[in-house]
Design a protein around this ligand. Sequence first.
Ligand code: CDP
Length: 239
Amino acid sequence: MTTKTFKRPDGRKVDELRQPVLAKVGIVPNADGSAMFQTGKTIAIAAVYGPKKMHPQHSQNPEKGTLRCTYNMNSFSVSDRIRPGPSRRSTEISKITEWALEPVVMLEKYPNQVVDVHINIIQADAGTRCAGINAAAIALAHAGIPMKDMISSVSVGKLDKTLVVDLTKEEEDFEEGEGPTDIPISMTHSGEITHLQLDGKINSEQLKEAVEMAKKACFEIYEIQKKSLKESVNLEDAE
Ligand code: CDP
């Protein structure tokens, strides 16, 4: 069972997102769609380019378009500078991001074409893949790519025996008792899970509880994503 009295280092309740939770649309003017998403000290920027013809030609899929995500953690995003360029970790997260978003993107409208999503983490304090997915989902909608639903993403963690949402790096490094288990989860607004990773140990009861906590948090994130898109439409109307 979740211990409701568990003290988080930053004093948050177990089901509370980090503050601020912010989303802003249209921050990369040259992109076809763009967005920033932030929780606490983790900030992701996503820029969408396309749909455009896929090159090289042999990579084209005549049945449907390709969603190509590139996740990058900037060197200066953490205190120990990261070596620039692709890594095993960034390649994995790029794939995970594609899989999390693909189920809602109507790629059948774009045979032989590609939609490129570039995600940059400009500041990292854990949960960057989730922030990147949140930013990318907003940026795709902003680019006018037809989607069946929005995708929202959050990380649920088990610290020893306690479940908490939206972990900081300090919490991810928790070492007491059973240690940390990190469970990033992405889902549609209707609650269909499109991505779940599990790094650590958890029993099935607690996993169900973790999914329920993620649902509640994703619902809150969805409202912020929706608001940012509405604000961008109002701004464009006013111009
Ligand atoms: O960021 P996310 O939780 O999705 O992925 P992770 O691989 O579990 O990384 C957790 C955190 O560790 C990152 O958000 C960074 O704060 C930190 N990190 C780092 O300092 N240096 C790296 N090369 C990779 C991650």
